[in-house]
Design a protein. Structure first.
Length: 307
């Protein structure tokens, strides 16, 4: 039986387009862990542990509520609050593992599949360096092969950027490769930052894990060090710090695809606590950034959701 879990070795790039141009590029790897396979991988592999110390490890308490409950239980509960039932379908988590017991994931992605294998939703779990966490739950339209969605920024991440932004998310499904692309726009719609990760798949075994460790030694410590190093560069360029707001009142923002309305009625936005409202948008990108944005997310975002 083929293994759904994998290792993606690749490159992350960030480019700030305003108010000062700044670009970074680092090599890193992420693990794609099928939550049904996590315990078995921890038993079979010497270099990977599930809820135990190892060279690389995945601990349930490093994600979502952080209380150690099984992640699949938490994922299904979150999906249920949004009216999504995957009926026991697979959930795959793309993230960096703990390395020698330490981890910091700026972004982790849960791919949530129905029992048929069709993608139903993705959870984008964001951590900031202030010890806070927020999750964007993105409903995926039936039959979608590429996740394309836009939503208002709800969570403070970088001290150099406020909340008056929107995100364009474009996510490929992990196969032989995986691509995650995020375009951040200012309140005027002009692109101000891009972030991408692209990686090629390898099977998860002890040999691949050993190679990953020596290719990316102390990866998660290096990620945190790089975040602070790049922050110093931005300060040196004169980019001003933003005042940190309080975290959002709800730990999850639900981003919905367009819902069908009864005959003769207009679609109504979902106003429940922790949710966001649906609006339509087909605005084109600013010409000066069209090439960058087209490569990352395409020219015409189909839906936009706003708080």
């Amino acid at each position: 039986m083929s293994q759904a879990s994998g290792l993606y070795d690749g490159v992350v790039t960030h480019e700030r387009l305003a108010p000062r141009r700044h670009r970074l590029r680092y090599r890193l790897f992420q693990l794609l862990i099928d939550l049904d396979e996590a315990a078995g991988l921890g038993e079979r592999l010497k270099l990977f542990g599930h809820n135990r110390f190892a060279l690389f490890s995945l601990h349930e308490r490093d994600h979502l509520a952080g209380d150690g409950r099984p992640l699949w239980v938490q994922v299904e509960a979150l999906l249920a609050t949004a009216g999504i039932d995957i009926a026991g379908g697979r959930v795959r988590l793309l993230c960096m593992p703990r390395v020698l017991g330490y981890v910091f994931n700026p972004l982790s992605i849960f791919y949530c599949h129905r029992a048929s294998g069709e993608l139903a939703a993705v959870l984008l779990e964001v951590n900031n360096t202030f010890g806070e966490r927020h999750t964007y739950l993105i409903e995926v339209p039936t039959g979608a092969k590429l996740v394309r969605q836009t939503c208002a920024k709800a969570f403070f991440v970088s001290p150099f950027m406020g909340l008056d932004m929107t995100y364009d998310f474009r996510l490929s499904l992990p196969t032989d490769s995986v691509v995650t692309a995020i375009l951040g726009r200012g309140a005027d719609g002009v692109p101000i930052i891009t972030a991408t990760f692209s990686g090629a798949r390898r099977e998860v075994d002890d040999r691949a894990l050993a190679h990953a460790f020596f290719s990316h030694p102390l990866l998660t410590l290096k990620v945190v060090g790089a975040i602070h190093w790049e922050a110093l560069k931005l300060l040196a360029k004169g980019v001003r710090l933003r005042t940190k707001p309080a975290p959002p009142p709800h730990p999850v923002t639900v981003v919905r695809s367009e819902l069908a309305a009864p005959a003769g009625q207009e679609p109504q936005p979902d106003r429940r606590a922790g949710h966001v409202a649906l609006v339509r948008s087909r605005g084109r990108l600013q010409a000066q950034q069209a090439e960058v944005a087209e490569a990352l997310v395409g020219e015409e975002p189909q839906v936009e959701l706003t708080a």
